[in-house]
Design a protein around this ligand. Structure first.
Ligand SMILES: Nc1ncnc2c1ncn2[C@@H]1O[C@H](COP(=O)(O)OP(=O)(O)OP(=O)(O)O)[C@@H](O)[C@H]1O
Length: 402
């Protein structure tokens, strides 16, 4: 019954979250139909559960009548005709005999309830049994100064999503010097996001990755991931205040946090006559639901500045944010970050990476070009040149480069 109930609750949750889209696409009928299917399934199991319960209760009552009542009668006869039985013995014995039946019934129902609720334990068990990432060990703790620079070297990196799945990155090798800004481009499915996941060891990898000359495969995952900051296309925020989101462990004072907000460009986007201004005390809804995607990205950028990571990976979300916000973010990336911060930008729009120090072009999981934009565009048969020539922005991109 519990297993049938979860899909109903999940469906209602999903519908509530997507009400606007459902109405916009006129999908009420399909959603209602799916809801009925799930409710029917849940009702069937619930009905069976209750029927069996009734059956058990009926059985118990019958048993109680035949057995307990007969017992009571036997005891009563003994108490009336037996010798040396006092009035207090009689009262006590009859009282206990009636109570025993109730206790027995209660015991059976409690056992049944425990079995049903045990379903929750089964679910916990399922989570305990899934494959876990390696646990941190004392050997994997990096020196306190690490990483002192954002130098990144990758040697023969291959990656796959599961042990028996296909390889999505093939023998990728490159070196990015500390403070360099590198744009990662490629067609859809070329492995751009997989490369960032491989750097964070979120997927299975082979080959070597060195951050500030330390091989990352020997490090504890928490140390590695806390030293690299990634700003995804749609950053997640925690419910609380902006202060808690920027500094969850309360390690920095307000001046540092405000500096980060200013450097990330948040204040430059707010006008004096805005009704709602974001400050450190502004409330954030769960997942950042009360902020726009652009504002969430800016806060994620501010968080990266507070963390002072030497390697920052930006999964560009230009399609979701307006021109002004995009400009503010790009400007903050140019001016707000420390000079030794290495920035890898996954570019969906070529325009944002044309001023990068280097561009990395991926194709079907292979690194096919890596160099300065000028060098790569000189190659008439190159992949970047083809991507630029295919884009509607071709003239603009060439003129940007000039
Ligand atoms: N969770 C996953 N499980 C298995 N394979 C995956 C998974 N995610 C991506 N892939 C595969 O990995 C390859 C590279 O995908 P990836 O998401 O890295 O491409 P991308 O260049 O980031 O694409 P896009 O520009 O569309 O985001 C694709 O062939 C894809 O099918």
């Amino acid at each position: 019954m519990s297993n049938a109930q979860a899909p109903v609750i999940a469906h209602i949750g999903a519908v509530m979250a997507g009400l606007v889209s459902i109405r916009a696409y006129g999908a009420q009928q399909a959603v209602r139909k799916e809801c009925y299917v799930r409710i029917d399934r849940q009702t069937r199991t619930s009905r069976t559960f209750r029927d069996i319960n009734r059956c058990a209760l009926f059985g118990l009552r019958s048993y109680g009548f035949h057995d307990c009542e007969a017992n009571h009668m036997g005891i009563a006869i003994y108490l009336v005709y037996g010798r040396g039985v006092t009035a207090s013995d009689t009262g006590f014995a009859l009282n206990m005999a009636v109570g025993f039946c109730e206790l027995f019934k209660f015991g059976v129902f409690t056992m049944n309830r425990i079995e049903v609720q045990g379903n929750s334990l089964e679910r916990v068990q399922q989570y305990l049994e899934i494959e876990h990432e390696p646990k941190p060990s004392s050997d994997g703790v990096p020196p306190a100064y690490w990483p002192s620079s954002g130098k990144l070297s990758v040697e023969g990196l291959s990656a796959r999503y599961s042990a028996d799945g296909p390889s999505v990155l093939h023998d990728v090798s490159f070196t990015v010097n500390s403070g360099e800004r590198v744009g990662i481009v490629g067609r859809t499915g070329s492995g751009k996001s997989s490369l960032t996941l491989a750097l964070l060891r979120c997927i299975l990898t082979e080959g070597k990755v060195f951050l500030d000359d330390l091989p990352t495969n020997t490090l504890n995952l928490d140390s590695l991931r806390s030293s690299i900051t990634i700003i995804p296309q749609v950053p997640e925020l925690l419910s609380g205040t902006i202060r808690q989101n920027l500094d969850p462990f309360e390690e920095h004072d307000d001046a540092v946090l405000n500096d980060a907000l200013r450097a990330s460009g948040l204040f430059s986007l707010q006008r004096d006559d805005d009704d709602v201004k974001l400050t450190l005390d502004s409330a954030i809804a769960s997942g950042g639901g009360n902020l726009s995607v652009g504002q969430r990205q800016i806060l994620a950028l501010a968080r990266a500045m507070v963390r002072r990571s030497k390697l920052l990976i930006l999964d560009e979300a230009t399609s979701a944010i307006d021109y002004e916000t995009d400009n503010a973010i790009q400007e903050s990336l140019r001016t707000g970050l420390d000079k030794d911060v290495t920035l890898l930008t996954i570019a969906h729009r070529l325009q944002t990476v044309m001023d990068a120090d280097k561009i990395m072009v991926l194709d079907a999981g292979r690194l096919v070009e890596f160099g300065t934009p000028r060098e790569l565009l000189k190659n008439e048969h190159g992949v970047l040149r083809a991507l630029v020539d295919e884009s509607g922005d071709k003239d603009n991109l060439h003129s940007l480069l000039r």
